[in-house]
Design a protein around this ligand. Sequence first.
Ligand code: COA
Length: 203
Amino acid sequence: MNAEFQINGTSLETARLLLRPFRQSDLQDFYEYASVEGVGEMAGWRHHESIEKTREILDHFIREDKTFAIVLGETGKVIGSLGVEKYGMEGALTEFDGYRGREIGYVLSKDYWGKGLMPEAVSAVIQYLFDTWDLDFLTCGYYDFNAQSKRVQEKCGFRPYRKLVMDTRLGTKEPGVLNLLINPKKKIKFVFSHPETLIYKED
Ligand SMILES: CC(C)(COP(=O)(O)OP(=O)(O)OC[C@H]1O[C@@H](n2cnc3c(N)ncnc32)[C@H](O)[C@@H]1OP(=O)(O)O)[C@@H](O)C(=O)NCCC(=O)NCCS
């Protein structure tokens, strides 16, 4: 099942980054990276064609309080986002009944790709969610064309879980992979449903 989660003013520090709740004053930085074509599209949403669109999403992030702003420590600039989302198909994925989890999603400004920043951010959030929120598992997905995101998830310890055709916010469907990470402190053995899409290999 999906666990309750809210950022509640928490900030997390890594070697190079600060993760904190979004603020209204992040509008310009957010628009700067979200308006670049080919960034959001890799995560299934259209790049922002106006600052009004960015404002709408920013308001949503602030209201929902589950998406961290990724801030570069050196400059204080917001260079991405990391959401602690609800995983989908909750009713169908019966292996998670009685266990608490969420799904991670993220985007980084194109100017900062290839420096290992997103693995750094994702690792910090994983640790926080497993240690402080005591979650049992996390999921994270990528579309088959997105080798970069696949690598981030591999580097953060996620394992292939299901091969699925996923809906995008562009109204299309894309084949992809949903990954799973089980809290290593809890020796959970899930009883998996839907073998037709299952690709998880246990130790
Ligand atoms: C996916 C994303 C977050 C990766 O973040 P990152 O901080 O660049 O991650 P890394 O530096 O660890 O790079 C990951 C892989 O991308 C590849 N890569 C790095 N820079 C790249 C570039 N400029 N162009 C293409 N690929 C690149 C590398 O192969 C790297 O793997 P490696 O470490 O094995 O060499 C970032 O590319 C992004 O925001 N993409 C658009 C949104 C998106 O895809 N979100 C995820 C949806 S599931």
